[in-house]
Design a protein around this ligand. Sequence first.
Ligand code: BG6
Length: 504
Amino acid sequence: MDAGLTPERTEGMTKRMAGRISRRKFGQLLGAAAGAAALPGMPKATIAQAEPEITNAPRRFPEGFLWGSATASYQVEGAVHEDGRGPSIWDTFSHTPGKTHDGDTGDVADDHYHRYKEDIGLMSDLGLTTYRFSIAWSRIFPQGVGARNPKGFDFYDRMLDTLLEAKITPYCTLYHWDLPQALEDKGGWQSRDTAKAFADYAGVVAEHLSDRVKYFMTVNELRSYVNAGYESGIHAPGLKLDRKGVAQVAHYAVLGHGLAVEAIRAHAKPGTKVGFADNPQAATPVIETPEHIAAAERAMREENAMYGNVIFEGRYTDAYLKKLGPDAPHFTPEEMKAIGSPLDFLGLNVYTGDFVRADESSPVGYAMVKRPASSPHMYSDWLYVAPESLYWAPKITANIWKLKEIYITENGCSSADVLTPDGHVYDSDRIMYLRNYMTQLHRAVSEGVPVKGYFLWSLLDNFEWADGYLKRFGITYVDFKTQKRTPKLSSSYYKEVIRRNGLV
Ligand code: BG6
């Protein structure tokens, strides 16, 4: 017997069942009444008969809005020992027992290194107009600095040429967490030298690729690789530094970004655009009233004081420095100037939102709302459903940081995907998630928030960091034993969004 089946619970269940049955019966009665009202011989009107082109006409995105998908080198490429690639911290970390689900590694991942043509074929089938990928630093500089690996660029050259033939515009991320292990051995992001090495690498890549790539993002999600890598230790390199140590790592990470911006500007072809992909705490007003909206704006600055805010304002907020006190990072005016280098665009990775309320009693004027235990989330337990965040994150950041060009560089979710015997994945929950988020994105764009494109995470199921191959974020199912790709139902959904350039 179910030990949890107490008399109270049984009584509650009975009451709920009774309620449900009566509601169902009520529905049947309504259906019967509607049927009776239809004229004999006339087909009953159905929603499917509505003309989608007409009903959705006002819900289109602006002409030229970019529809893309995103991936990252270590998550898809595999081929970790090929063509002179050096090891990265994720090779080391994933091969350390107990660090990833089931000891999964990115040794093979999606084997994209060898199957990129097939994957670009998938993009073409979807109708993608853009694709965001990242470069594995240790393929270009196996030791992070010093000798370049001439074969390092060959893969990206081949991949880019195929992409451009398919008329898909590349967006390139220079750092999506796979730091060369040789640099970690010298201190990694705890060392200022890593920031300088990153800038040198960024300049070399920009010089080589800017004839074909017009959009570069320096880094992906500072918060993730600083806090998960150096504070909680759940990601590579797996360290647990104290507050002072983490603040200094965060400073060198934003410095690396700033120096890389300068290096790209110095070496890339004229017209190259530079930005970064950020995952701010997406402060979302808990209720859409002026006081809660103002609170969310304040929270967006303060909660992101060490990442997006210092980059766009060129200084740490007083509240941030006060809160850290003696643990505040060491910095110089020259460093702050580099960190605040002007950018052409901001990439926003938005998966979830953090609700904020006005709070006059707090010195910062707001309070973060603690999530009730019942808050709905997707298959990853961190991925709370908050579609409004895709309206508020671009709207607030555009407003407070005076932005002219924003991309949603990642949005998507994990689902408990099952490949059915008929060979399909019916990921209706992912479609629900995407539809709700895109509706909010459309709301923002319709109001003139300058979002120019959207990149769905992800094209393929892939190596999901500490979750290994357990959590699937792709709109294409990958059988990791055979590498067979099967587009999921969400892929058909996204294809229709792109075809209409509008909500579906
Ligand atoms: C984003 C990262 O934050 O989240 C991606 O940029 C990642 O690389 C995605 O795959 C999902 O994260 P996780 O930790 O659940 O695998």
